[in-house]
Design a protein around this ligand. Structure first.
Ligand SMILES: [Zn+2]
Length: 469
């Protein structure tokens, strides 16, 4: 038995249907599976078809698993890998849905900076951060890349909360030493670096090997950082080997602003490259309007892209050409970009990725359309690659961690009621649907009411009252 933050997790065999992405265009579905997870939360074996074998017999057949407990799928559901949110502003969570008709630069001044600047109040910070972690876990997000604020104490609190609630997280203290309001900015480059180092030191204390929490170097975006600050952060990234997250090429006015502010750089991408901020551990959010030269530069540095379609539509930023990005060999995941994006759900983001791809297709042709399988890939395997955890999470493979969600779908009875009166999910299954159709019905109609339980590294981190029994 091992303990994770005081929560014991023994050997467990997960029984029932499971589905996961095995290629960009492919979802593997096993209707009668069994997945054994060891006491460290790692997948030890996968049986793809156990047929009608009773559970106890399966346990007896596996040497050393005689005392394993079972978790049986509920209703007509399936296990699915946890979602990975590659771009979310934890501090902006209370503003979800509040953006009016603003676009990026006025949205920042009207809604975002006033809220973020208030995180000197740690009681308020705790309330917001605890809620956003609970909420994203309830939507099946097992890994999140968070932007916090400029405040060291509040950022450290976010790391503490993620660790105690069991969510895998990249936590970034936001750096911004220019073109920001006087009431909310770093006083100098030195102050930005010192504060970032303090947050890195805190994570070294609470999770030295970064099993769950990794600090991430976070220049807000080029316009709010001086060249000196960007270069100092690039140097810090090189010294520490830590990942980097920032925004790029989200909105046309922003791109013009970057060209004015950084006249010696060839492009927005070049600003980051010159500062040493473009490498294989860099997560670039949005990338809506990158030129072919910029995309080639991103690819040559093996930097990753977080596609945030809900936010890009809400703030009228543009429609990112995801098919082009994928065809050119770029690594893409999904980001909710709360609160530019209105929803903390990666399932909602995956739907928005599909719809945005349809709008791109109306101009560029049908090849731009993403399929359900592709959107699920972006939400899991793609996201895992973006955050550098593709060997640990995003799918079900022996040796990977059990970061998973139990999806439950409600069955309609003969009289048109639900077979289980406790269920109140939005998806109705009539039982004539094929398994791929059931997954499509969940994809387009499902929400957190269908997410019955969520595990990170084998630890149960969220469960609906019905699952808990
Ligand atoms: Zn953002």
């Amino acid at each position: 038995m091992s303990t994770t933050n005081g929560h014991t997790s023994g050997q467990t065999i997960y029984l029932g249907a499971f589905a996961h992405c095995t290629a960009l265009q492919e979802v593997e579905i096993c209707e009668a599976g069994a997945i054994g997870v060891d006491s460290d939360g790692k997948i030890a074996f996968i049986e793809r078809d156990i047929g009608d074998i009773p559970a106890y017999q399966l346990r007896e057949r596996k040497e050393g698993w005689e005392h394993a407990k079972f978790v049986q799928i509920q209703d007509q559901g399936f296990f699915f890998p946890g979602f990975i949110d590659t771009h979310i502003h934890a501090s902006q969570y209370p503003n979800s849905g509040i953006f009016g008709k603003s676009t990026l630069l006025d949205w920042l001044n009207t809604y975002t900076f006033p809220l973020e600047s208030s995180f000197t109040d740690l009681t308020k910070a705790r309330r917001i951060y605890a809620r956003v972690v609970n909420r994203t876990l309830s939507h099946g997000t097992t890994t999140a890349c968070y932007y916090a604020t400029v405040h060291v104490e509040a950022t450290n609190l976010l790391s503490d909360i993620c660790l105690s609630k069991g969510q895998r997280a990249f936590v970034g203290r936001v750096c911004m030493d220019q073109l920001s309001p006087d009431y909310y900015r770093d006083e100098s480059t030195e102050a930005a670096i010192e504060a970032t180092e303090a947050c890195i030191a805190h994570v070294s204390k609470i999770d030295p090997k970064h099993h769950f929490i990794t600090p991430i170097i976070t220049p807000r975006f080029a316009p709010s950082c001086s060249e000196g600050c960007l270069s100092a952060l690039g140097k810090l990234a090189k010294e520490t080997g830590l990942p980097i997250q920032t925004h790029i090429s989200e909105n046309k006015s922003e791109i013009e602003l970057v060209a004015e502010m950084f006249p010696s750089s060839k492009s927005y991408t070049d600003v980051y490259d010159k500062a040493g901020l473009l490498n294989s551990k860099t997560i670039l959010a949005h990338a809506v309007h990158l030129t072919p030269e910029e995309r080639a530069l991103v690819r040559s540095r093996d930097a990753k892209i977080s596609h945030c379609p809900a936010s890009n539509t809400a703030l009228t930023s543009g429609a990112a050409p995801v098919r082009v990005l994928l065809d050119e060999g770029l690594t893409v995941g999904l980001g909710t970009d709360v609160s530019g994006g209105y929803s903390p759900s990666i399932l909602e983001e995956a739907r928005q990725a599909i719809l945005v791809s349809r709008h791109v297709a109306m101009v560029d042709g049908d090849a731009a359309k993403l399929s359900t399988e592709e959107a699920l890939w972006l939400a899991t395997r793609g996201g895992a690659k973006v955050v550098g955890l593709e060997n640990r999470v995003g799918g079900f493979e022996v040796g990977m961690d059990w970061d998973a969600q139990m999806i439950s779908l409600d069955v309609v009875s003969e009289d048109g009621e639900l077979e289980d009166a406790q269920n109140k999910g939005p998806v109705d299954v009539f039982m004539w649907e094929s398994w791929p159709d059931r997954i499509n019905k969940w994809f387009y109609g499902g929400d957190d009411r269908n997410t019955a339980a969520v595990w990170v590294k084998g630890r149960l981190v969220h469960a609906t009252p019905k699952y808990r029994g």
